[in-house]
Design a protein around this ligand. Sequence first.
Ligand code: GTP
Ligand code: ZN
Length: 322
Amino acid sequence: MKKEIEEEVGVALEGVVTEARGASYLVSASDGKNYRCRTIAGTQTENIDASLVSVGDRVRFKESGESGEAHPQGVITHVGKRFSSLERKRDVRRNRSKEKKQVIASNIELLVIVVAAFEPPLSTRLIDRYLVFAESENLPVVIVVNKMDLDDDDEIPALMAPYTLLGYTVILVSVRQKRGLEELDQLLSGKVSAMSGHSGVGKSSIINVLTGQKRMKTARTSYKNGKGVHTTSNAVMLPLISGGYLIDTPGIREFSLSGISREQLRFYFREFLQFMPECSYSSCSHTVEPGCRVRGAVEEGLVDPDRYESYLVLYDGLESEQ
Ligand SMILES: Nc1nc2c(ncn2[C@@H]2O[C@H](COP(=O)(O)OP(=O)(O)OP(=O)(O)O)[C@@H](O)[C@H]2O)c(=O)[nH]1
Ligand SMILES: [Zn+2]
């Protein structure tokens, strides 16, 4: 079968999948062209029990010679090993069978969390939730606070200071005032990043600046109305002016913490780690146990009380392993 493919089609090419639409994939190839590719029964993969192809995948393919489309056509012969993947979280109760992991995007190097200073108001609870997700996926993360022009009382820098102290990169941005965008651009340059954030925080506005393109807002709007789902539920990888790619997908925006247990949560608050070994109980949940060093650290001002409050809120919302 494999031999047959090799004989039928042209030279082997390599590329990155930048768009997935049904069974059709747009591949940005090393020869500088874009190819519209499909898979075949003989397509090989190094990723077991997961979607065959996703945006961000590095693939080998061959030109198939079919014409009549906007792009030259190709056949994907091999999907490279993913070093990271974002999966669509499913309802555990409805997924008892051994279903394949649904991969939204692969090989992401950086997660960009976007929040707004105002409109909608900044919620540290939400930021902590995003950070837990990023830590659980082992993804480097940057927090972008957009709409800084609306921070009239200059409250945001103080609110964000604890995150900088924890080692997270925080970039204060205003698309309106063209502030902070160069710093963000430099950080994303040459990398594959995925952007996430609630509706209205200014993701499209930021993407437009960094890609130099006008990204259509209509697709997202219609998503909310339940229309045009096929265009919005797919990830798209947009080339950045300064090199690298930004992955934009509603699937990542609405990610959930459903795969995380109460027992795992404590490891995703990085400031707890140094205190946890000193808790009286080795399995301490840092909620009610006597002799809890994490709570001690909160009382002594060594751990930010607002971050600890986020831990309690998230803990309440998660299920126990037992
Ligand atoms: N004041 C202010 N408004 C901004 C800024 N950036 C974007 N906006 C406005 O915020 C609104 C939402 O911006 P979008 O870029 O569409 O936000 P989005 O995150 O892509 O929203 P969805 O498409 O719903 O996910 C628009 O009216 C923008 O003009 C900014 O820096 N300052
Ligand atoms: Zn404890």
